[in-house]
Design a protein. Structure first.
Length: 440
């Protein structure tokens, strides 16, 4: 037997068959897209799937789409990169107890999450907010978005068929109570939102990319973390927990009825790499024999605002120490180190972690960056041999539901930290922390 897994990423769609051991059993199908229009992205998904329906789906987290009764999207996909709700998040934090909200939901009052986006939408586009029949994630939108939308509207007529979502996808919205496994009453009241305008939570084979990335890379215990660099970045653990207890600075989402995803997220990852390529042009050259003392720069990688660990959406990227001798290679190295130091700050809060597995297209192709990660974290980095961790993870979680035991995720190599660079990295990390505290 085999399962067809679907992974909807923030810039591409992938699908592939996997056998009962979680091994690829067919060709990878893939299509890139550059759109925030829900219908256009759904069309890209249908082109990848053809006439087939997936047995398991992984999808980017935190997205919000407002839809009307006929399932017309009233907004674009409002994703984690859309920070227009930063001021709304700040006002929510002034009216709510931010710490208790985080304790209940595992999420922060931050523009990445639904509460801020909904408050912003109600303030800036009240007509759209009130016209919307439902507020859903893109993954939920996709489950009800057929190829022929006009025909679908005719079939639906005026029936209010409440959409479905999974526990894991609902939790990444920041609007779910971790204890009751239902939409959070206090946030609903503050937002003036009826629960009937949200999806019904059900047992469906749909998971966030956070849970799937860990599952696909074989990181499914407190002791084994996935260090992922895709468009953004994340350092996460996936484990069983009967009483989820969020830690300061870290998110904690339900992955399903018995497991949680815990960790931190960075807004700068592969997108920072692309910014460097676009801005610096030719910054090629080996970083193998360089350490932070070679350039004298301190880089705060908040070009997309800050998420972990301070969750300050108004934070901005900073480069300190520029001179007339600074080169493009210096800037690339400092940027890589800056991201690595933010990962180290997250890792410090996950004290149970004993092994780190690197995954994600934004990292696996760059050995220099992996070495910098190992140096900054002062621990070995196990480089995943799984090219598409989120895609495989969706298959792994689906196969688990069917009672199958999957094969272990392969490791391609282990990159050890350089002992001779330890002092330079400790000094550079302390300098970044000092600048971070001064500016944020």
């Amino acid at each position: 037997m085999s399962v067809l897994a679907l992974d909807v990423g923030s810039s591409s769609v992938r699908a592939q068959q996997f056998d009962e051991r979680g091994e690829p059993a067919g060709e990878l199908r893939q299509e890139e897209y550059e759109s925030d229009d829900p219908a256009e992205v759904a069309a890209a998904v249908r082109r990848v799937l053809g006439d087939e329906e997936p047995d398991a789906t992984s999808c980017f987290a935190h997205s919000l789409v407002a839809v009307d009764e006929g399932w017309n999207a009233l907004t674009p996909i409002l994703g984690w990169r859309d920070t227009r709700s930063a001021d709304a998040a700040k006002r929510l934090a002034e009216r709510l107890d931010a710490e208790t909200t985080h304790a209940r939901t595992g999420a922060f009052l931050h523009p990445s999450f639904w509460p801020a986006k909904l408050a912003w939408l109600a303030e800036t586009e009240p007509e759209t907010f009130h016209r919307a029949t439902w507020f859903v994630s893109f993954a939920d939108y996709l489950r009800r978005a057929p190829p022929d939308l006009p025909a679908a509207r005719r079939r639906l007529g005026r029936r209010r068929l409440q959409p479905l979502t999974s526990l894991g996808m609902a939790s990444t919205s920041g609007l779910l109570d971790l204890t009751t496994h239902d939409w959070d009453e206090e946030l609903l009241s503050r937002l003036g939102l009826d629960r009937e305008r949200l999806p019904r939570i059900a047992d469906v084979p749909l998971w966030s990319d956070a849970a799937c990335s860990n599952a696909g890379a074989g990181c499914m215990t407190r002791e084994r973390a996935a260090l992922m660099v895709g468009t953004s970045g994340a350092f996460r653990v996936l484990y069983e927990s009967e009483r989820p207890q969020p830690k300061p600075g870290l998110f904690l989402y339900l992955a399903d009825g018995r497991r949680v995803v815990e960790g931190g997220a960075l807004s700068d990852g592969g997108n920072l790499y692309e910014w460097l390529e676009r801005t610096l042009g030719d910054a090629s050259g080996s970083l193998a024999e360089r350490d932070p003392s070679d350039h004298g720069l301190v880089f705060l990688p908040f070009l997309g605002g800050e998420r972990s660990t301070g969750w300050k959406p108004h934070a901005r990227g900073t480069i300190h120490g520029l001179t007339l001798e600074t080169t493009p290679l210096d800037l690339r190295q400092a940027a890589y180190e800056g991201v690595a130091f933010r990962f180290a700050a997250i890792a410090d809060l996950l004290r149970e972690v004993r092994e780190v597995v690197a995954t994600g297209a934004g990292l696996l192709h760059d050995h220099d960056w992996i070495q910098i990660m190992a140096n900054a974290l002062a621990r070995p980095i196990h480089v995943s041999g799984v090219p598409e961790a989120s895609l495989r993870g969706a298959a792994v979680l689906a196969l688990e539901r069917l009672g199958h035991e999957v094969a272990a995720a392969p490791i391609a190599e282990v990159v050890e930290p350089r002992a001779d660079r330890a002092d330079a990295y400790r000094t550079a990390r302390a300098q970044q922390q000092k600048l971070y505290e001064a500016l944020t």
